[in-house]
Design a protein around this ligand. Structure first.
Ligand SMILES: Nc1ncnc2c1ncn2[C@@H]1O[C@H](COP(=O)(O)OP(=O)(O)O)[C@@H](O)[C@H]1O
Ligand SMILES: CC(=O)OP(=O)(O)O
Ligand SMILES: [Mg+2]
Length: 401
């Protein structure tokens, strides 16, 4: 491999920026960083270069542009700033690509304008992603920027899965349909699950359970997504750390009419104060497991609601796929919580889905099977790596051919 081989990956959330600098020759991480609490009185930056000597700073960071300039300063202090000739491309996670973007895309002014046009569909995420792209461009106008969309992998969903059963004209006018998110992770993990079975992705049907702070399930048939649990926004579907997931839409009318809540307050309630946090006051699954072990009934209920929703989606996606070869657990909770994995598949042996308790609780890293050998469906733990996937896609697009 000749020429520049480094990729900077930016993942801008609503109040944080995560970044990684990778060298694509060996996929080594040259730096990993996080700026959190952007816009609050003091933000915190954590930067860990390849030597593992972590640096931390607390300071006010007003917006995402300022966060990226700070990250660039830290990288420059390592001799790896955005002006380095080794930098091949900057890859950006962009949450909402609507129906416009089905693949990673080299950013130009038209692409920026289209991401801007999608802001009403993702008011918390897309502005942060845009700020990241604009700032990276300003810091080095010569380095290509590639946008990798959370929604892209789900654009293969058939119309009957993507449509809500509402008036078609209204839906179309306002671009209301099911888009799905976490696509980079679902794509990566479904491919890795196929590899774990020693099969080509085109030959296998996989259910992926991405369980982080945000959580979503997807049904992947022969490498293509056919359904996913998030919808117009990342609020639909599974119970999450702070989001309710599925509920009767009439709950919203009820809160407005009977409780007198303004729409922004309902939005905040369902997105930020619901899910596990709303049910028991904690959104960290480790804490919930600890409280549950100590006999705390609220934590128990939160866990049961979470696991029950997961089980329902598993059953639904067995029906969607007809034949399932693998179920893959991923992200913070999926990779680490033996309790959640066990509860999610409890009672599903009739569907061929079961796990081996010893394998499930073994302390292991990396992709691994946790189902008994005789089981019809392979159940696996497959660590996700959205940053590596974004870097790989961005590098492939930006490399001179
Ligand atoms: N050892 C663990 N056991 C159970 N849950 C864990 C463990 N480690 C992390 N988690 C959970 O993972 C979640 C965060 O997942 P992560 O994929 O990092 O989230 P995101 O990227 O969406 O912010 C938290 O709820 C945390 O409690
Ligand atoms: C889209 C989404 O839900 O992302 P996250 O899990 O990072 O909040
Ligand atoms: Mg994550």
């Amino acid at each position: 491999m000749t020429g520049a081989t480094r990729v900077l990956v930016l993942n801008s959330g609503s109040s944080s920026v995560k970044y990684q600098l990778l060298d694509m020759r060996d996929e080594a991480r040259l730096a990993v960083g996080l700026v959190e609490r952007i816009g609050e009185r003091t933000a915190r930056l954590t930067h860990t270069p390849a030597d593992g000597r972590r640096r931390e700073r607390e300071l006010p960071v007003p917006d995402h542009g300022a966060a990226l300039r700070l990250a660039a300063e830290e990288l420059a202090a390592d001799g790896r700033g955005l002006d380095s000739p080794e930098l091949a491309v900057v890859g950006h996670r962009v949450v909402h690509g609507g129906q416009s973007f089905t693949e990673p895309t080299l950013v130009d002014d038209a692409v920026l304008a289209e991401i801007e046009r999608l802001v009403p569909l993702a008011p918390l995420h897309n502005p942060a992603n845009l700020a990241g792209i604009r700032t990276a461009r300003a810091l080095n106008p010569d380095v290509p920027q590639v946008a990798v969309f959370d929604t892209a992998f789900h654009t293969t969903m058939p119309e009957h899965a993507a449509r809500y059963a509402i008036d078609v004209a209204t839906a179309d006018r306002h671009r209301i349909r099911r888009y799905g998110f976490h696509g980079t992770s679902h794509a990566y993990v479904s491919r890795r699950a196929a590899a774990l079975l020693g099969r080509d992705p085109s030959e296998v049907n996989v259910i992926v359970l991405h369980l982080g702070n945000g959580a979503s399930a997807s049904a992947v048939a022969g490498g293509r997504c056919v359904d996913t649990s998030m919808g117009l926004t990342p609020l639909e579907g599974l119970v999450m750390g702070t989001r309710s997931g599925d509920l009767d839409p009439a709950v919203v009318f009820h809160l407005a009419r009977v409780a007198g809540m303004p729409v922004d307050e309902i939005d905040a309630l369902l997105n930020k104060r619901s899910g596990l946090l709303g049910l028991c006051g904690d959104n960290d699954m480790r804490e919930i497991a600890r409280r549950m072990a100590a006999g705390d009934p609220a934590a128990r209920l939160a866990f049961d609601v979470y696991a029950y929703r997961l089980r329902k989606y598993l059953g639904a996606y067995v029906a969607v796929l007809g034949r399932v070869d693998a179920v893959a657990f991923t992200a913070g909770v999926g990779e680490n919580s033996t309790e959640v994995r066990a509860a999610a598949v409890a009672g599903l042996s009739g569907l061929g889905i079961e796990i081996d308790e010893r394998l499930n609780s073994a302390a292991a890293k990396g992709p691994r099977l946790i189902s008994p050998e005789y089981a019809r469906v392979a159940v696996a733990v497959v660590p996700t790596d959205e940053e590596l996937e974004i870097a790989t896609q961005a590098f492939a697009l930006a490399r001179p051919r």
